[in-house]
Design a protein around this ligand. Structure first.
Ligand SMILES: [Fe+2]
Ligand SMILES: [Fe+2]
Length: 361
C-alpha cells in the first residue's frame, strides 16, 4: 500500500486528507511540524504532503532535514499552500519540494498528482530494459496520456497513434523477447495507466503464443490498452475504492464501459476487437458480469481480456510483497472455471507455465 505522511497543524485538514487518501487505497499517517521527522523515520512514507504554513519549524528546514536521511532523498514532497505567489512557489521548489498544490485541496487534482508520482516510481524500474524496450513503453505512456485527455474532452481517440504504439511493442518483443518488458511492468496494477499497460502486454503475449497473426495481436493489444479508457470519467472515489462496491457504486463503476464505447463509436478506424473487449471485458460465462451477458453472447476477444484481467489482479503486488509468479498465480486463476472460458483458461495456463516461464516472467 502506498504510504503518505501528512504534515499539517490542522486536525480537520489531516482528517479530511486521510479519509480521501483511503479512497485511493493509500495509508496515511498524520504529523505536525515538530513530529514530522520522527514520524517519517517510523512510518517510512512513499510521499509527504507538507502544509507550508506549519508553525513549529520552517518548511524549508524540514525538507532539508528530511533529505539528509538517505531513505528520503528521493521521496516526493508535495507542498500544500494557500499562497499562489510566484516567489513562494519558487522557493518551495528550490528548497527541495517536488510539487505544489493550492488549498483548499482539490481532491481530483491531488489524486492525479499521486497517481502521476506512482507511475513515475514504476518508470524508474524501466532501467533494466533495453533502449528499444524503454522507447516502446514510453510511447505507450505518451499515447495513453493523450487518450485520457481526449476522453476528458469527449474527443475521438487516435486509432492510428494507438496502433503505432502497439506495433512498436510488437516489433520490440519480436526482436528482443518480452522477458525484460514483462519483468518491468509485472505486478504494477495500481493506476489506470499501469493496469492498461499490463493488459496490453499480457494480451499481446498470449495472442502471440496462440499463433494470432501480427495485425490481430496488435488489434488485441490495442483493446488491452483501451479497455478501461472510460474510467477517466468515473469519479476517483469510486474508481479507486478499495474493497467491495455497494450496489450504486457497482453500477457507477460499470459506467466506464458505457463511456468507453461512446468514445470508441466516435473514433474512426478502430478495430472491432477493441470495441468488443471494451464492451464485454466485465462479462462472465455464468452471467455474473456487469451486463449479465452469458457464455454464447461473449466474444472470444472479451473472454481473453477477462482471463488476462483476472491474472493481473492475482499477480498484483500487494503492500511490500512482490508480484506473484505464474506458478503461484495459476491455481487461483483456474478456480474461476465457472466465470472464465475453460478452454482459453487451459491455453493461458499452458502459455503462462511454458512460454511465459522462459520468456515472460
Ligand atoms: Fe480493467
Ligand atoms: Fe473495466
Amino acid at each position: 500500500m502506498y504510504k503518505i505522511l501528512i504534515v499539517d497543524d490542522s486536525e480537520p485538514v489531516k482528517e479530511f486528507l486521510s479519509f480521501q487518501l483511503r479512497q485511493l487505497d493509500c495509508e496515511a499517517a498524520p504529523a505536525v511540524g515538530s513530529t514530522a521527522i520522527s514520524m517519517a523515520v517510523k512510518f517510512i512514507p512513499d510521499m509527504v504532503l507538507l502544509d507550508i504554513e506549519i508553525t513549529a519549524v520552517s518548511v524549508l528546514d524540514l525538507i532539508r532535514e528530511l533529505r539528509s536521511h538517505d531513505e528520503f532523498k528521493n521521496t516526493p514532497v508535495i507542498i500544500l499552500s494557500s499562497r499562489a505567489d510566484k516567489t513562494t512557489i519558487m522557493s518551495a521548489f528550490t528548497g527541495g519540494a517536488d510539487d505544489y498544490i493550492l488549498k483548499p485541496v482539490n481532491t481530483g487534482l491531488l489524486f492525479s498528482k499521486i497517481i502521476g508520482w506512482q507511475n513515475l516510481e514504476m518508470e524508474t524500474n524501466w532501467t533494466g530494459i533495453t533502449h528499444n524496450q524503454g522507447k516502446a513503453l514510453r510511447l505507450l505512456k505518451v499515447i495513453m496520456d493523450e487518450s485520457f485527455e481526449n476522453l476528458r474532452k469527449s474527443a475521438p481517440l487516435s486509432a492510428a497513434s494507438v496502433r503505432n504504439a502497439c506495433e512498436l511493442l510488437y516489433l520490440t518483443i519480436e526482436a528482443e523477447g518480452a522477458g525484460a518488458i514483462v519483468k518491468a511492468v509485472a505486478g504494477y496494477n495500481t493506476t489506470l495507466f499501469l493496469h492498461s499497460l499490463l493488459m496490453c502486454v499480457y494480451i499481446m503475449m498470449f495472442t502471440r503464443y496462440k499463433g494470432y497473426a501480427k495485425d490481430d495481436c496488435i488489434d488485441m493489444a490495442m483493446g488491452g490498452l483501451l479497455h478501461d479508457i472510460g474510467s477517466v470519467k468515473v469519479p476517483n472515489n469510486i474508481l479507486f475504492k478499495p474493497g467491495k462496491f455497494n450496489i450504486s457504486e457497482y453500477n457507477d463503476s460499470g459506467l466506464h464501459v458505457k463511456y468507453g464505447i461512446e468514445i470508441m463509436d466516435k473514433t474512426p478506424d478502430l478495430p472491432q476487437a477493441v470495441k468488443n473487449i471494451c464492451r464485454c471485458h466485465h462479462e462472465r460465462i455464468d452471467g455474473s458480469g456487469f451486463g449479465g451477458i452469458k457464455a454464447e453472447g461473449i466474444c472470444t476477444e472479451a473472454r481473453i481480456a477477462a482471463i488476462v484481467e483476472t491474472y493481473c489482479a492475482i499477480t498484483a503486488k500487494t503492500g511490500d510483497s512482490d508480484s506473484k509468479t505464474a506458478a503461484e498465480a495459476i491455481p487461483t486463476l483456474m478456480s474461476f472455471q465457472n466465470q472464465l472460458d475453460p478452454k482459453l483458461l487451459e491455453a493461458f495456463k499452458e502459455a503462462a507455465m511454458n512460454d511465459f516461464k522462459s520468456n515472460l516472467l
